[in-house]
Write a protein that binds this ligand. Sequence first.
Ligand code: EPU
Length: 416
Amino acid sequence: MEKIIIKGEKRLKGEVEISGSKNAALPILTASILTQGWNTFSNVPALRDIETIKKLLKGIGIKIEEGESVKINADGLNNYEASYDLVKTMRASVLVLGPLLARLKRARVSLPGGCAIGARPINLHLNGLAKMGAKIELKHGYVEAKAKKLKGAPIFFEIPTVTGTENLMMAATLAEGVTTLENAAREPEVIELASVLKKMGANIKGEGTEIITIEGVKELKSTDHTIIPDRIEAGTFMTAAGITGGNIKIKNCNINLLDSVTRKLEEAGMEISYKDNGIIAKGNRPIRSVDIKTLPYPGFPTDMQAQMMAFMCFANGTSVISETIFENRFMHVSELRRIGADIRIEGHNAIVKGVPDLSGAPVMATDLRASACLILAGLAAKGKTEISRVYHIDRGYERIVEKLSKLGADIKRVAD
Ligand code: EPU
């Protein structure tokens, strides 16, 4: 196992290039299950979660060729199972359920268990598929779904779910008739998937709004597509500028997808501008405390909550951070406390009292965004922070140690 060692208090300066979006790439790669012929996807990030989905796709007979871009051909699709071994390492594996059912009329996908950030059930995915006529059984830890022909149906989500919306949108592209997804997720990654499905020949309207309408078509063809930049990676680097009092140009990203984050960082005293497809993020002192409430898009993203908490540890005053999406996404709090943060949890709220300094210590990453939070805290803390279990970071941040080093951070990755 490896760990990351950071010597803090370096102001980050320079330019950083944002990689392709993990949460856009995952459903887009699984959408190739629906198509005939070779798809070509560019700007696919080199991440562990992407490796996991490729392994899953290869395991069901899909050909993948790697190079500058990822080429995928599902003509040889011959298996409808996603095993526990893979699903337990990445819940997003469940994104094969809708496409497999639509294409092979059958899917057997391991039920993801709970994860570090919450119970994360998939009942809304399953209810939706059942409404489209699938017979769903839960047997031996697996979802077994069958449908001679999926039929379009009106589906209402009690809670907007990102992968649920994506799964059902993919299933509906080849269903008979019209499906409406009400209270659908509006995340940019959902819009991105819809635009790829449309290039493949799907008939979709309303993506980016609360009601998505999909009229099924007979078949989908392959396509070429470049994955959008990762807005959460961009937000993490913006926060890195804020927490270190640095000045970073974050290249290849779309500031329009980061409105809620930008607004909060500005409230906290940062200066943020946008020029030539890049964000210029400048940190200032004092850092002002701001309150945060995570919400579905366009609200403040839960995937930026942990990083924002690290930032608020250094603020002048107290901030209340409310997590409304996942019930257990405060695992980083006890680790932040180990390095001197003053944080109290009351139900869904973390009350963060800013302190003048954090003092580096060994800490443990518990999930992907918690790892990013601890790295940010380590960048600004006094002395040495050692972060173990860093494999979590490889799931969602491409070459983060290299990118931060280039910006002047004293950071290295070593064998434990
Ligand atoms: N939910 C249900 N039932 C369902 C589905 C969801 O109760 O059938 C609940 C969840 O438990 C949660 C809420 O609905 O309380 C929203 O969860 P959602 O389904 O939207 O989450 P997800 O699709 O599993 C995606 C991202 C997450 C991100 C969330 C929220 C991907 C691959 N994952 O997860 O990304 O936090 O949306 O924006 O797109 C990450 O990248 O670190 C990450 C966890």
